[in-house]
Design a protein around this ligand. Structure first.
Ligand code: F1P
Length: 357
């Protein structure tokens, strides 16, 4: 990282962002042996379907976790905002064979706690919580609750809490699927990303210094769509910018009308869909858009049409890259906010927890 990172150290948000590889490595090295994690895995292994529930960042985390669960286990998994469980409980079906996961960094968000209560106490659904807070109402509503305390944050904006709770749920999915190789991939990813994060930061810092945009687009398919949603929220929360997310190939079907030289598009390129996603990237360049490519392979077609390329060359399961790809969005939001004069530690209009009467 540039010498400027000394200046960034005053921001809790920055310290939390750059701490992620080490927090992941330490947490993942012990999480699997924790009694609560083992009980959650045992309960989940007997279920045929999965439901992941959260609010805001935690809902986008739910999306990425649901995609991972289905792709690893072959069993149906979906994500719902906590508000949907409260307003449309009829959308929760098949509870006898359903394992629900309620995700909340604070474990205090009113909608998340109330949704856990509806799931476990009204619908009699097996409900596991995951939080970063050691003292939360969520735990009282769930049958088991995983507490990822090393990932808790001082900041309002969620960064390492998102990635660490996601990695935990991916570890659960790996063990439920009997996929020990993927569990190992998560560990090796954490080790490899420690060296890459500073490079990502330097490149994004320089890119943001050179450019200013009127609007932002984040594109991803499969579980990477959850990462696109979260990256979009980071830019909104930290830079107060207009930002949207789409499935990569969906963007052609109308929304691309907004693309101009003032539009920045961050493409999360998966290995499974890379060719198709890279075509969209090339077409957006032709429309005048400014492309950031976040991928795992060095592709000439991507390099030619991108204004910034962030590559994590990883030979393991691509799903292990959901967390590090999210970090690209976190850094982009951080630098974009600073450039616009905002303080990432004091995001406009936001509170750390949304508590309702
Ligand atoms: C959920 C959340 C965050 C958002 C803000 C307000 O919090 O919506 O996603 O960034 O901090 O709360 P939680 O339920 O995960 O604690």
């Amino acid at each position: 990282m540039s010498s400027k990172n000394v200046e960034y150290e005053k921001y809790a948000t920055w310290r939390e962002i750059v701490s992620q590889p080490e927090v992941w490595r330490q947490w993942l090295s012990s999480a699997g042996a924790q009694g609560t994690v083992q009980r959650v895995i045992q309960n989940a292994a007997s279920k045929k379907e999965f439901l992941f529930v959260g609010c805001g960042t935690s809902y986008y985390l739910a999306q990425a976790a649901a995609g991972t669960m289905t792709l690893l286990t072959g069993r149906p998994a979906r994500a719902l905002p906590a508000s949907e469980v409260l307003l449309y409980p009829g959308r929760v079906t098949g509870v006898a064979n359903l394992q629900a996961f309620v995700i909340s960094r604070s474990g205090k968000t009113s909608e998340a706690v109330r949704a856990a209560h509806v799931l476990s106490k009204k619908l009699n659904c097996a409900t596991a919580g995951i939080t970063c807070n050691t003292d939360s109402q969520l735990q009282a509503e769930c049958h088991e609750t995983i507490v990822v305390s090393p990932a808790d944050e001082q900041s309002t904006v969620m960064t390492r809490s998102f990635t660490s709770m996601l990695l935990t749920l991916q570890l659960v999915a790996a063990v439920v699927a009997g996929n020990t190789e993927f569990a190992a991939d998560l560990m090796s990813m954490a080790a490899e990303f420690a060296a890459l994060l500073p490079r990502f930061a330097d490149k994004l810092e320089a890119f943001v210094t050179r450019h200013g945009f009127a609007d932002y687009i984040f594109l991803g398919q499969g579980p990477f769509h959850g990462v696109a949603q979260e990256a979009s929220l980071k830019v909104m929360e930290m830079s107060c910018s207009y930002s949207q997310f789409f499935h990569s190939l969906e963007f052609r079907h109308g929304p691309k009308a907004i693309v101009s030289e003032q539009t920045c598009l961050m493409h999360f390129l998966s290995r499974s869909g890379n060719g198709a996603e890279a075509e969209v990237l090339g077409e957006m360049k032709e429309l005048g858009g400014v492309n950031i490519a976040v991928g795992m392979e060095d592709l000439a077609v991507v390099n030619r049409a991108s204004d910034l390329v962030l590559t994590f060359p990883f030979r393991g399961n691509e799903l292990a890259l959901l967390a590090p790809f999210a970090v690209a969005g976190q850094l982009f939001g951080f630098f974009s906010g600073l450039k616009k004069g905002w303080n990432p530690d004091q995001p406009k209009n936001l509170t750390r927890v949304v508590m309702l009467d």
